[in-house]
Design a binder for this molecule. Sequence first.
Ligand code: RFL
Ligand code: PHB
Length: 392
Amino acid sequence: MRTPVGIVGAGPAGLFLSHLLHLHGIESVVLERRDRAYCERRQRAGVVEHGVAEALRATGLGERMDREGFVHEGIELRFDGRGHRVDFPALTGGRNVLIWAQTEIVKDLIARRLADGGQVLFEAEATAIEGAETERPRIRFTHGGAEEVLECDYVVACDGFHGIGRASLPAAVVRTFEKVYPFAWLGILADVAPSCDELIYAHSDRGFALHSMRSETVSRLYLQVPAGTDPAEWSDDRIWSELAARFALRDGGWTLGQGPITDKGITPMRSFVTEPMRHGRLFLAGDAAHIVPPTGAKGLNLAMRDVLLLAEGLRAWFAKGDAAGLDAYSATALRRVWRAEHFSYWMTTLLHLDPEGSEFDRRLQISHLEHIAACEPAAAALAENYTGLPAV
Ligand code: RFL
Ligand code: PHB
């Protein structure tokens, strides 16, 4: 098999890249080790930055998003038993975010790729990427019990944090940076109308909690739990009473609606960056190259922005033999990646209870939250980063 661009992974990064290349008249093959239903079901992100939503619209993927997604013009920070709203358009000159689940983006991308005659091979597991330093890199993969080879001009590893792409870069050229947090998120999906119109990020003495949503009848909620927690330790009743306690307002003026829990999972919290994001003709994009803790809602957005940049570089190369965009890819992407790393770390340490922290640390968090509530430039820094900095 032969293709100009071989892509490992049918997550949002790999699928969107394949779609963008198709719009530029460049063929690609996507190899995905899971089946289609698994890719379309995997519960993950829910917040799409302003600029990423615009890119989805501009590339023909906005129709269902605009019909079924929700525009959110702010979030609530809840701390010390009170709520404070951060107003995005007022603080950023008009930007907002969209609540539109990653599962829906993936469903639309798969349907669109297949309708356009794109090659997305499910249950095709890449086992090796070879020849990154040559003009003919290859991906070895297994599909339907057979071992196959995909010969490419370029290989893009969009295979997530546990894929083979990052490990295929020679150790001598790679540096990685990592921070692991001593807590995780227990996430649930519940058949109950959201108890809020906008997301609530809650700081409490019992730990962090987040109220998000998927539709008018489905809520998505998260609880900070110790790293290594087994979800079996958390009965549905225990989850609901802990959520209610962490979101409680001092005046008692808010109640959390409860309903049947349909999905329960643990997300470890990690910050991770690989430098560079390219070696020869092998590129990394999305979670394959970097991880952020989900508190800043940046992971999906970074993945989409990586491939927007890369698709532009590949377009210039295949159309005119111009390598400038490809050569600049890693450094340009990493500037945005490090901004998102800082913002995600900052939101995480601002809102979570550090199990090794002291009362001093907790007072600093409250003071910082009060500063954001009282001081417009401080709130604007949060809003600018959350809605997505256009210039970075
Ligand atoms: P993905 O989605 O992990 O896709 C990688 C794909 O590669 C496949 N694969 C292979 N295929 C073939 N051969 C191999 N050897 C392979 N190895 C792996 C995998 O099966 C998979 O299909 O990576 P991608 O495309 O880079 O996308 C990244 C995003 O998924 C991720 O950053 C976000 O979900 C992070 N995230 C959030 N991001 C946001 O922007 N906003 C949010 O609100 C947000 N909330 C979240 C999140 C992530 C979470 N979890 C569970 C990690 C909330 C949670 C709970
Ligand atoms: C989600 O809806 O899954 C979600 C929202 C905001 C975050 C993380 C996850 O910061």
